[in-house]
Design a protein around this ligand. Sequence first.
Ligand SMILES: Nc1ncnc2c1ncn2[C@@H]1O[C@H](COP(=O)(O)OP(=O)(O)OP(=O)(O)O)[C@@H](O)[C@H]1O
Length: 263
Amino acid sequence: MTEFPQRTTSKQRTMAAVNHVSKVYRQGDRSVAALLDVCLTIADGEFVAVMGASGSGKSTLMHLMAGLTRPTNGDVTIDGQKLESLSDRKLTHFRRQHVGLVFQAFNLIPSLTARDNILFPLFAAGQKNIDESELDDLADRLGIRDRLTHRPDSLSGGEQQRVAIARALITNPAVMFADEPTGSLDSVTGQSICELSRRLCDNEKRTIVIVTHEPSVAAWADRVIVLKDGKVLNEFATADHGDAQSLATHYHRLVGPREPAIA
Ligand SMILES: Nc1ncnc2c1ncn2[C@@H]1O[C@H](COP(=O)(O)OP(=O)(O)OP(=O)(O)O)[C@@H](O)[C@H]1O
């Protein structure tokens, strides 16, 4: 089991606030309540893992916090900006500048090199004068400087995810949201992505929110928020659970035994 460092955080400023948020999806006559009256806050510089069984509402919560979708009730504030008060156009603009997104499937553009994938958010925002020394510096810190001229199909899964993280960080966002970022990776590579996220938080004071099923991933965070049936079931500090194994035991005590793997 990988050791992870004990940490303390200074939680002076709120980076994300979710205030009595509910989300109901409507499909014809049917409606699904994905989140019900959820309240939580995430501090500036905090690394938080959101856990819960399949269908508990983790991705919905992340999408709401990232401004990818809007709540049915309640409101979300990111970096001091209440998202509900923004028009769709302003919300898109805000998201591009303040939020970094990382997904399980990397979502890189196959025809572009790693360098152009990373710079894509700047191109999309119409930025013309790009200081590439910043990109080189970021790529150095993420361990992909020598991979920048490669296209995604000639990169390993771990390298692709590092490129995706660099793309998420190139705009220097206030917060990075990652939905199952290790879900497509083997466990060793997955742990290296967790270690990288930890370093980004410790060394660069990034605020990071990771959605995960895996206690070994959540163990790298400062705090775990557990969802069940669209509600916050529990929150706890990882420091209270020593190592990934005892965190796993605590988590499964809360939500029940491990879900069977899909054949
Ligand atoms: N676009 C949608 N339309 C209708 N129902 C949806 C939609 N997205 C999610 N849901 C439903 O909302 C509930 C929560 O889904 P969500 O994807 O947030 O859960 P999750 O915890 O991320 O699940 P998983 O771990 O399987 O990804 C589920 O019942 C899901 O079927």
